[in-house]
Write a protein that binds this ligand. Structure first.
Ligand code: ZN
Length: 207
């Protein structure tokens, strides 16, 4: 949603409702964990009001455990928090589940997949950042393919139901390679909203 037209949010959400996309991915930034500030709970509530698909809320904020209940109330169905932003990650994931949401961990490009060894069982999904978080429209980091393969191996060994999600610089060129490497969920912003026909681009990506 970060790449949507915020002056025409309802129009863009209705386009997504009618499209083949499965979830709406919502990036919340606090200006501290990442340099930018995006938006908070009031905008998430507005998105929820019009959305007919689950909201996948990605918290790029420090100490996200403070806001689990707020984002549940704002309409999040899935809540992901950064490994780098949580002192007590296990506790935060339990809190997300206790609030009836699916929960997951996000890794920045520099954070090793092996650090998930003792938390993967608690994750409904793991989100790998394929750019440095904080801005839309960045170039895809090629090492992501290796990380997807490593994560797939870890999931198969410890928690096969865990979904692998990739976020940042995803487009029609790298999408098939990411699926091939083991990704289950791809987040696309600019590749969709900056294309001539966003719904058709989503359809192509799904194929
Ligand atoms: Zn995101």
């Amino acid at each position: 949603m970060l790449s949507a037209d915020f002056g025409n949010l309802q129009r863009d959400i209705e386009m997504l409702n009618a499209s083949e996309c499965d979830w709406l991915h919502v990036d919340v930034m606090d200006g501290l964990f990442v340099p930018n500030i995006s938006f908070g709970q009031p905008i998430v509530k507005h998105i929820k009001r019009h959305a007919k698909k689950p909201l996948d809320v990605h918290l790029m904020i420090m100490d996200p455990g403070r806001y689990v209940e707020d984002f549940k109330n704002a309409g999040a169905d899935i809540l992901t928090v950064h490994y780098e932003a949580c002192t007590h990650l296990d506790r935060v994931l339990h809190s997300i589940h206790d609030h009836g949401m699916k929960g997951g961990v996000v890794l920045n490009p520099h954070t090793a997949v092996c650090l998930l060894e003792d938390i993967i069982q608690e994750c409904d999904l793991v989100l790998l950042m394929s750019v440095n978080p904080g801005f839309g429209g960045q170039k895809f980091i090629e090492n992501t393919y290796n990380k997807v393969r490593q994560l797939k191996e870890l999931c198969l060994r410890k928690h096969p139901e865990c979904l692998i999600e990739v976020d940042g610089g995803v487009n029609l060129q790298n999408a098939p390679l990411l699926f091939e490497a083991g990704a289950d969920v791809l987040v696309a912003g600019n590749a969709v909203f900056k294309s001539d026909d966003p719904a058709a681009t989503i359809q192509q990506m799904k194929q």
